[in-house]
Ligand binder design. Structure first.
Ligand SMILES: CC(=O)N[C@@H](Cc1ccc2ccccc2c1)C(=O)O
Ligand SMILES: [Mg+2]
Length: 368
């Protein structure tokens, strides 16, 4: 492609209901979208940072600054390149993986739209529909959680994941298991525990969970291995798996037996496919995590989740799980508990420009 400019927008999308995790409560999703303009067309990507660095060290203003000051200028200086070269062009700059992922996606989308090729076909999607799981935030109390889960099961979600934190873990998990029997069910701690909490975490073993996600800190790879040896429930890592190399180390050390793959966290969809391939050859099941994406990232995640190694339902929920209005004209909907993989050119979605304008709180076009 021949890159001419990249437009950045910060969007504020109101959430349909507050989303509480072990690191806080969100009412509005602050996200950045990137529009790559090439000599032959345009493409869209999503930078999945949040306003505050609570999930990872990246946040809106760090992303905005590193994109406009370093990463986009490096791509513009190169000017003509293949999308597969984006990781190499951006490699000299440390970290900022969510930014790299969003820029890479916008360039992949532009190239594939020009080529008339679908993103799914490009990355090796093998299915037309992928099973849809849902991530349920911490509610007022266990009964309110049971009510929320009942609603999602009625909508057809095939797997339930609930957020937990110290003090809101065993009773909540017991209430869901008690109310709904043997449904596919897992929990996500978002790093809220330490090795000192092993007795509490071991109590989760009674609930026959699919996995316990990221109980410890991002850099606790060895400690996750120590913890995993003391639990029956499989340990799944999310925040810790920041690259293919990190996945290799986590598997080598026995820190995880399941991996949640998120293209934003690992620096892009090309790296995500590499991690998929590694896990597939190692017999490690993976699933596609979510970052409350707009229809742009949601379309890309649906395609990624259609690769053969994605054996467990992911967090690609319908758009209306989080938003009443999306910025694409084809919001993701559930079809029998499944999400359809787009087949159009590029990401296969079209921007709803009125919605994009309504949600835009900041905008800048970066040119050479
Ligand atoms: C669907 C899900 O649980 N995602 C993340 C947590 C997360 C990620 C990004 C967020 C951005 C704004 C508000 C809350 C957010 C929660 C996870 O799997 O750990
Ligand atoms: Mg998680």
């Amino acid at each position: 492609i021949c890159l001419e400019s990249v437009e950045l927008r910060v969007l504020h999308l109101p959430l349909v209901s507050p989303f509480t995790t072990s690191f806080g409560t969100e009412h509005v999703r602050e996200v950045i979208v990137a529009r790559a303009v090439t000599a032959d067309g345009e493409g869209w990507g999503e930078i999945v940072t949040s306003e505050a660095p609570l999930y990872s060290s990246e946040y809106t203003h760090s992303a905005w600054d590193v994109a406009r000051r370093w990463l986009i200028p490096a791509l513009l200086a190169k000017r003509t390149f293949a999308p597969e070269e984006v990781p190499t062009i951006l490699e000299p700059f440390k970290g900022h993986r969510m930014v790299k992922a969003g820029l890479e996606l916008s360039i992949l989308d532009a190239a594939l739209r020009t080529e008339g090729r679908s993103f799914g076909e490009y990355i090796g999607a093998e299915r037309e529909l992928v099973p849809s799981g849902v991530s349920v935030g911490i509610q007022r109390d266990p009964q309110a959680l049971v009510d929320a889960v009942a609603g999602y099961l009625d909508e057809g979600y095939v797997r339930i994941k609930i957020k937990i934190k110290p003090g809101r873990d065993i009773a909540d998990t017991a209430a869901v298991r008690e109310a709904f029997g043997t449904i596919p069910f897992q929990v996500d701690a978002n790093s809220a525990y330490t090795l000192a909490d092993v007795e509490t975490l071991a109590q989760l073993d009674q609930f026959d969970l699919l996995l316990v996600e990221q109980p410890l800190q991002e850099d606790d790879i060895v400690d996750h291995a120590t913890l995993a040896r003391q639990l029956k429930t499989p340990v799944c890592l999310d925040e810790s798996i920041v690259s293919h190399k990190a996945a290799m180390d986590a598997l080598a050390l026995g820190a995880a037996s399941i991996i949640n793959i998120k293209a934003g966290r690992v620096g892009g969809y090309l790296e995500a496919v590499k991690i998929h391939d590694l896990c597939r050859s190692a017999g490690i099941p993976v699933w596609c995590g979510g970052m409350l994406e707009t229809g742009i990232g949601r379309a890309a995640n649906a395609a990624l989740a259609a690769l053969p190694g994605f054996e467990l339902p992911g967090d690609i929920s319908a758009s209306d799980r989080f938003y009443t209005r999306d910025i694409v004209t084809e919001p993701v909907v559930l079809e029998g508990g499944h999400v359809r993989v787009p087949t159009g050119h590029g990401l296969g979605v079209h921007i709803d420009h009125a919605a994009l304008e309504d949600f835009t709180v900041a905008r800048e076009v970066v040119t050479a």
